[in-house]
Design a protein around this ligand. Structure first.
Ligand code: FAD
Length: 287
């Protein structure tokens, strides 16, 4: 089912997983998917390696998501891809029954100046998918605190408008712990004529080092209440996780109270901590 159709009816609730490496077994992920499926997410998305590395495992993961009875979205990156390759690969997903594609450029590998493929940016990939597969629902990435390499917030938002104009039916955000920053971003989107739904991506606060690495590498800020948790509990992984789970639940409610269109949880392929967060939050019943 198309995510755009779901978004017309409700605030969506979903998870992201990533495929296991080629030489690793599928079983741990299958177990995670079985557990995540109990929360009846509206869909589960599967990430895609920039440059299409590990595409076999990405497809296996999409199939495993469908096998646990959930709707699926694949991510797709256009780094190094010709038009023909993109058409072929997306066609293969379509044949498997995947109706939703998150269309991305992908992170440029170290030392690359551009994608070394036909599509230099996601907006052109989106136009191509829309042309070749008008039935596919296309999502696109957005960055409330600006994409790390964008020259300005305004320029970044202008490119989002171009993704919408080329066929993106919804946006999904990069992690953003600062809900006020998101609110400002939302106002700017409105002014720029971006009207499609925006789904907020939530990275649960579980591990100090991972949190710092992810925020820094993506140019995202750490608001003072989160910095307090790092300061107080940073040396104790258990206490940090406990405080981080409470923080994550509060953040989810902050966003929901703002009337957002959907919540997408970056599961990091872990379900035990995530199940506790979702159960404690009460937003999806208790399992
Ligand atoms: P673009 O939209 O092309 O933007 C990249 C930069 O170029 C931005 O600074 C933008 O302002 C600028 N720009 C955009 N359009 C133009 C234009 N027409 N002319 C000039 N400049 C332009 N990465 C993966 O490898 N695999 C994944 O599965 C994956 N999933 C993601 C899911 C989400 C929700 C998000 C937010 C990110 C994800 N990423 C993933 C990371 C993403 O690939 C990187 O952030 C990448 O650097 C940018 O991708 P994009 O699609 O936003 O690119």
């Amino acid at each position: 089912m198309k995510i755009s159709e779901l978004l017309k009816k409700q605030m969506t609730f979903s998870f992201e997983v990533f495929p296991p490496k080629k030489d690793k077994p599928m079983e741990p992920l299958t177990e995670t998917l079985n557990e995540l499926a109990r929360f009846k997410p509206d869909y589960i998305s599967c990430t895609y390696g920039a440059g299409g590395t590990n595409v076999g495992r990405s497809k296996e993961t999409c199939k495993a998501i469908m096998d646990v009875g959930r709707n699926v979205m694949t991510h797709f990156t256009c780094i190094g891809s010709s038009r023909e390759e993109a058409t072929k690969k997306i066609g293969e997903y379509k044949e498997m029954g995947v109706d939703n594609v998150m269309a991305l450029r992908g992170d440029l590998p170290e030392g690359w100046k551009d994608t070394q493929g036909y599509f230099l940016h996601a907006d052109r990939l989106i136009a191509h998918i829309k042309d070749k597969f008008p039935d596919i629902c296309i999502g696109a990435a957005c960055y409330p605190e600006k994409h790390i390499s964008a020259v300005s917030k305004e320029a970044d938002i202008a490119h989002l408008r171009s993704k919408q104009d080329n066929g993106a039916e919804f946006f999904m955000t990069q992690l953003c712990y600062d809900a006020q920053e998101y609110e400002r971003f939302r106002e700017k989107l409105k002014k720029a004529g971006v009207t499609v739904p925006v789904i907020v991506g939530i990275m649960p606060v579980l591990f100090k080092d991972g949190l710092i690495r992810m925020t820094l590498s993506n140019g995202c800020s750490i608001p003072s209440d989160l910095a307090d948790i790092i300061g107080k509990y940073g040396d104790d992984p258990d206490d940090f996780k406990k405080a981080g789970k409470e923080y994550t639940i509060k953040l989810m409610y902050k966003y929901m109270n703002m009337g957002i269109d959907g919540i997408h949880i970056y599961s990091l392929n872990k379900y035990k901590d995530l199940a506790e967060i979702i159960n404690d939050s009460g937003i999806r019943g208790v399992f």
